[in-house]
Ligand binder design. Structure first.
Ligand SMILES: Nc1ncnc2c1ncn2[C@@H]1O[C@H](COP(=O)(O)OP(=O)(O)OP(=O)(O)O)[C@@H](O)[C@H]1O
Ligand SMILES: [Mg+2]
Length: 325
């Protein structure tokens, strides 16, 4: 399909609850707003458990059956959540694709790379037979691997090579948006840099938009056009890297960056964010960050801050935001 000028992918008031085995619910994603325009690179950051992967799975329509979802997910302006699985199936992999968290460790150990790629191509209805093999050759070269890699098994590949194979599979249907969930987490620094350079090159060459989930904040500010900071299932703040880095309004954003070591070693020592995020299997009263926040006042523990929008792509959810530096 041709995606028109509407945002490539958009979520509004997205909520996800997981049923827990003991009958309770965990409210993992709480009213998230997200928008990605053509060729835009969005970085999604925040502490472990804040809901980044769950948002991506909701965008793909791939949440487990224990999850309930509400709100809106649109691809190219077309509402998918209301349309259910058949609506998602029409766009999944073809318009929106994903490299899952830990994808490089999820390749099938007993079939060779070429079969894994051609099976994906056949499954997604892209190509079969000799055409699928030709496409697999093209894809493997696209991700910078030699054709010989197609004849290898998982255990014969290095971590970086496996991540490139996962990327090739994600690109097999020529998507418009790639969701990359911590694509370099398990890789050493040098290989991670190579994989990121590859993703960066591919986004340009293939006109791809990117949602990059990572804990690497310096990377996000270098690579992305916009950064969205999540906390306890909500959007805490979003803006350009410059705004998020130099003019963060949410105290959590400032602390998150202050907690990150300065790569050049020239800045102040990293700080620790005391306490931990609220449990999402309990009702979160007021601002979920209040108990850890140096600026919290009484209203923060009572009233949930709404996302305050201050121009295109710039927003924060805080009752007592930091001033500009
Ligand atoms: N299938 C599930 N069943 C129950 N709870 C889940 C399930 N998947 C995720 N959760 C919970 O939802 C919340 C969000 O998890 P999610 O994996 O989206 O976080 P994340 O930001 O991707 O974390 P990380 O940085 O560690 O990957 C967490 O509290 C997690 O325990
Ligand atoms: Mg995750």
């Amino acid at each position: 399909m041709t995606i028109a000028a509407a945002p490539l992918i958009e979520a509004n008031d997205l909520n996800v609850w997981f049923d827990l085995p003991d009958g309770r619910e965990l409210h993992a994603v709480r009213g998230v707003e997200l928008k990605v325009n053509p060729r835009e690179k969005l970085g999604l950051v925040g502490e472990s458990g804040c809901g980044k992967s769950t948002v991506l799975m909701a965008l793909m329509g791939l949440l487990p059956s224990s999850a309930s979802v509400s709100g809106s997910v649109k691809v190219g302006g077309v509402e998918l959540l209301a349309g259910g699985e058949s609506a998602f199936r029409a766009h999944r992999w073809r318009d929106v694709s994903i490299v899952f968290q830990g994808a490089m460790n999820a390749l099938n150990p007993v079939i060779r790379v070429d079969r894994q790629i051609t099976e994906a191509l056949e499954l997604h209805g892209v190509a079969s037979g000799p055409a699928a093999h030709r496409r697999a050759n093209d894809l493997i070269r696209l991700v910078g691997l030699p054709e010989a890699a197609l004849r290898r098994y998982n255990h014969e590949l290095s971590g970086g090579m496996r991540q490139r194979v996962a990327l090739a599979m994600a690109l097999s249907c020529d998507p418009k948006v790639l969701l990359a969930d911590e694509p370099t987490t398990a890789l050493d620094v040098m290989v991670a840099a190579q994989v990121l350079a590859l993703i960066d090159r591919l986004t340009r060459e293939l006109d791809l938009a990117l949602v990059l989930v990572t804990h690497d904040l310096p990377l996000v500010t270098r690579t992305c056009d916009r950064v969205q900071v999540m906390y306890a299932g909500k959007v805490a703040e979003s803006g350009t890297p410059a705004a998020i880095y130099h003019e963060a309004r949410h105290p959590y954003t400032r602390l998150l960056f202050a907690a990150t070591a300065d790569l050049h070693g020239s800045g102040p020592d990293p700080v620790t964010i005391h306490g931990s995020p609220p449990r999402l299997d309990h009702v979160v009263e007021g601002c979920g960050f209040a108990s850890r926040c140096p600026r919290a006042q009484t209203d923060c523990t009572i009233q949930t801050p709404v996302l305050h929008t201050a121009g295109e792509g710039r927003a924060w959810a805080c009752h007592h935001p930091e001033g500009r530096k």
